[in-house]
Structure formats: C-alpha cells, structure tokens
Design a protein around this ligand. Structure first.
Ligand SMILES: Cc1cc2nc3c(=O)[nH]c(=O)nc-3n(C[C@H](O)[C@H](O)[C@H](O)COP(=O)(O)OP(=O)(O)OC[C@H]3O[C@@H](n4cnc5c(N)ncnc54)[C@H](O)[C@@H]3O)c2cc1C
Length: 286
C-alpha cells in the first residue's frame, strides 16, 4: 500500500521509497559520507509462500542492482519475511539461499530480530550460517535472555552482533518493560561485547550510549560500528562518520511501510522527539 500525505511525511523520512531504484539512490547518498547502508526490503509476518518468494526475488535483484553500481552495502532480513511463520525448515532454506548468493558477492547479511516468540528460531537460523562467515544478528536489550544469548553467540568464531534496545514488547517474565531498565541492560550488554573483543555494532540514536561506547573503545580498541535508522539522527551519524568511526545506516525500501513506520512513531514516545525527528536539524537530508 502506498502512503497518503500524512503518512508520507512520516515514512518519507524513514523509508527510501517503494522501489529498488529508491534504495539505490539513498544508498549512494549514504556512501558519499562514508556510511555503509543496510538495505532492508519492507514486509513481515508472511504466512504464504508467494509473498516469501517475491521477497527473495527482490532481495536478489537488489543485490545485483547495487553491486552493479559497485556500492558497498549490507542487507538485513526479517525471518518472518523469509517464511518462519510458514515452516522453520522452509525459512532456513530461504535464508541460506540468500546468504549464499550475497556471500559470493561480498555482501554482509544481517538477521533482524523480531518479536520475542521468534527469538530462538532466529538464533537457530543464524547459528547454522556463522561459521561460513559474512553474517550478523540483531540482539535486543529489552529481553532478559539476551545476556545468555550473547554469551552463547560470542563463543562461536565469526559471530557478529548488532545490539539494539528492541522495537517490540513482551511480558515482564521475559522482558524489561521500563525504558530505564532496557537502557541499563543495554549498557551491561555493551560492556560485555567490549570485553569479549568481537566485531560488533552499536545500534542506537542515544547519544549517552554512543559517548560511552566511544570512551570504552578508547580503552578496548575493538572493531565497532555505529548504526542508526535512516531519518532519525542523520546529522549525528554523519558526524560520527566524518570523525573516522565506522558507521552504517538501516535503509528500508518497499511498499509495506505501515508496520515499520508504526514502530518508529511509537518510539518517538513524546511529541518533542517526534518533531525533532521530523523537522529538526537532526534530519538533514542525506
Ligand atoms: C541499525 C539499527 C537496526 C535495528 N534493528 C532492529 C531489529 O532488528 N529489531 C528490533 O527490535 N529493533 C531494531 N532496531 C530498533 C531499536 O530496537 C530501537 O527500537 C530504536 O533504535 C530506538 O531506540 P534507541 O536506542 O535509538 O533509543 P531511544 O530510547 O528511542 O532514544 C534514546 C535517546 O536517543 C535520543 N534520540 C532519539 N531519537 C532522537 C531524535 N530524533 N533526535 C534527537 N535525539 C534523539 C534521545 O536522547 C532519546 O532519549 C534497530 C535500530 C537500529 C539503529
């Protein structure tokens, strides 16, 4: 579904546009600043194979299109767009197929993390591919299990984690529901990543966390990348890139903009942050 005017104001900030050529245009702009785009084709929660197969074709085409322009980029896949809700084995084959295609072409593949009921299956998918290289996974600090997930994943050579707070919610038995607790757990998990010495990505727009990561890295000297979502704090990401830090920007494209935009709207939390996100200096166009 294409956005109307109001939705376009919101989603236009966060989403490259409906087509691969929109993703290509925005990826090129990011690259000009030294920011590596993480290209994601919108769509999730598929329960039919037709939507899944269409998604695979579009990812393959996107890889070919961006590679033909000699761009350096990653892609990020949602398990529920690869058929995890259809059948786990089917999803695993689809994931491996895209990973193999991307790996051959030197494109790094992330697995997004979705709602809590899919976490174990997502980690299982990921673990099947880590040793062959070129793959990373998102871990969310709002989940209580993430501490032990990081312990387990970081023991596997070649694993790469992208740490985020989490854009979903779950009950208090499995998740932290208070924002302060989610942030406190982020600091704890980030500290663990620095101590373990793996290559990892800090995915946040929270300047306090980023400042802490920068200072930890002066001590530990790890291979850290700073990642933000397109259109939230572009200026800040550019500043980090210009200061010589590795940066990536999550760059969604496609027509299924509603769920993604809804999560961004929910996160803005209060109006002042939303206005800053939409109109403030922090949204300098890339
Ligand atoms: C690269 C990347 C990939 C992601 N992948 C996933 C995924 O796979 N699964 C998932 O569940 N979630 C994912 N997320 C989303 C993530 O979980 C959070 O929902 C999202 O990043 C918002 O959390 P935050 O850490 O930015 O902090 P928030 O708690 O939203 O914000 C913290 C602080 O950041 C500052 N800030 C935020 N926005 C602005 C603004 N517009 N202007 C000025 N200051 C601002 C403010 O100081 C604010 O108090 C991803 C995020 C990124 C960056």
């Amino acid at each position: 579904m294409m956005p109307g005017t109001i939705e376009r104001i919101f989603s236009g900030r966060w989403i490259a546009g409906p087509s691969i050529s929109d993703a290509l245009r925005e990826a090129k702009k990011a690259q000009r600043y030294g920011i590596v785009p993480i290209v994601n084709y919108l769509g999730e929660a598929y329960k039919d194979k037709k939507s899944v197969e269409r998604t695979i074709r579009i990812y393959i085409k996107a890889i070919d299109t961006l590679k033909a322009r000699k761009l350096s980029f990653n892609i990020s896949l949602k398990p529920s767009q690869l058929g995890i809700l259809v059948d786990k084995g089917y999803c695993s084959k689809n994931y491996s197929r895209i990973v193999a295609y991307a790996r051959k072409r030197g494109v790094f593949v992330w697995l997004d993390m979705e709602e809590s009921s899919l976490v174990q299956d997502t980690i299982d998918l990921y673990e099947g591919e880590i040793r062959k290289g070129g793959v990373g996974i998102c871990i969310q600090s709002y989940l209580k299990r993430s501490d032990s997930d990081i312990d387990r994943i970081t023991k596997i050579r070649g694993s790469v984690i992208r740490l985020v707070k989490g854009a979903y919610s779950a009950g208090t038995d499995t998740a932290y529901n208070d924002r302060k607790d989610v942030t406190a757990n982020y600091y704890k998990l980030m500290d663990k990543l620095f101590k373990r010495g793996h290559t990892f990505t800090i995915g946040t727009h929270d300047d306090k966390i980023i400042r802490k990561a920068l200072s930890l890295n002066r001590i530990h000297k790890r291979d850290v990348t700073y990642a933000m979502l397109r259109g939230i704090r572009n200026d800040y990401l550019i500043k980090l890139a210009e200061s010589g830090h590795k940066t990536t920007m999550y760059l969604p494209f496609g027509e299924e903009w509603i769920s993604y935009s809804y999560r961004r709207l929910r996160e803005a939390g209060h109006l002042s942050l939303l206005i800053r996100s939409l109109f403030g200096p922090s949204v300098k166009e890339l």
